[in-house]
Design a binder for this molecule. Structure first.
Ligand SMILES: NC(=O)c1ccc[n+]([C@@H]2O[C@H](COP(=O)([O-])OP(=O)(O)OC[C@H]3O[C@@H](n4cnc5c(N)ncnc54)[C@H](OP(=O)(O)O)[C@@H]3O)[C@@H](O)[C@H]2O)c1
Length: 226
């Protein structure tokens, strides 16, 4: 049976990934930060293992590693992320808020990869990070959004180095853009729903091979400029 570990599965894109991979017959290790929400708890079945994880806590990552007990995974999706304060214009940026966003969006994915990449070795699996087009330096024509943009640009560089370092173990690493998605983060006016985004991302993930490891890919399969 194919196996996925996904972070931030309580809501939004992470919850939808959990639903869709369960429907495809995968075993899903789905993590939540505090308590599993109603929607996640309602998915309870033999294929689903719910585990607590705060990606900013090293002890929490170590506990997760222990509970996985060497489980051989096909896929890890670092989905958890934060946007930070709504107003991220020049003149409003606070050091503490910026560091909090960097901690979740940029530092945590590397800490997770450090702890869990061995679980991907047996099956030559994939480590996928939910990045954002907002992290594209070439695509930045709007300015502002300092905290979020810089955190996703930083994690893109983490993805690139991981793809090089983990190649020797047959592990592929990619940065994914889910589109502008109707979630708590994306808001109600976003252009696509979670079903469309995750359906597209699953097709993208299926096609990941060593030749496209280290790329930044949109949910529709097109490449995004760094
Ligand atoms: N929605 C969009 O339009 C969009 C666009 C581009 C990229 N993305 C990226 O896609 C990913 C998912 O976004 P979303 O729209 O589904 O966001 P969301 O609805 O705000 O959900 C974010 C998830 O991340 C979890 N999380 C936050 N901090 C965490 C921590 N310290 N430890 C563990 N989990 C934590 C949250 O857990 P709690 O439920 O406990 O808070 C929640 O489950 C994010 O990385 C986001 O940056 C989203």
């Amino acid at each position: 049976m194919q196996q996925l570990l996904i972070t931030g599965a309580n809501r939004g894109i992470g919850l939808e990934f959990t639903q869709q991979y369960l429907a495809q017959g995968w075993h899903v290790y789905a993590t939540y930060r505090q308590q599993p929400g109603e929607a996640l708890a309602a998915l309870a079945c033999d294929q689903l293992t719910l585990l607590p994880l705060d990606v900013t806590e090293d002890d929490s990552i170590a506990d997760l590693q222990e509970q996985l007990n060497g489980a051989e995974l096909d896929l890890i999706i670092n989905n958890s992320g934060v946007f930070g304060p709504k107003d991220q214009n020049l003149g409003t940026v606070s050091r503490q808020q910026w560091l909090e966003v960097l901690n979740v969006n940029s530092v945590a994915p590397l800490m997770l990869a450090q702890a869990l990449h061995e679980n991907l070795r047996a099956k030559g699996g994939t480590f996928a990070v939910l990045s954002s087009r907002m992290g594209s330096i070439e695509g930045n024509d709007g300015g502002a959004l300092y905290l979020y943009r810089s955190s996703k640009a930083a994690v893109n560089q983490v993805v690139k180095s991981l793809s090089i370092d983990l190649k020797q173990f047959g592990i592929n690493v990619v940065a994914l853009h889910p589109g502008w998605v109707q979630t708590d983060m994306g808001g109600a006016n976003a252009s696509i729903n979670t079903h469309t985004s995750v359906n597209g991302l699953r097709q993208v993930i299926t096609k990941i091979v060593p030749a496209n490891s280290g790329q930044f890919i949109n949910y529709d399969g097109t490449a995004i400029a760094w």
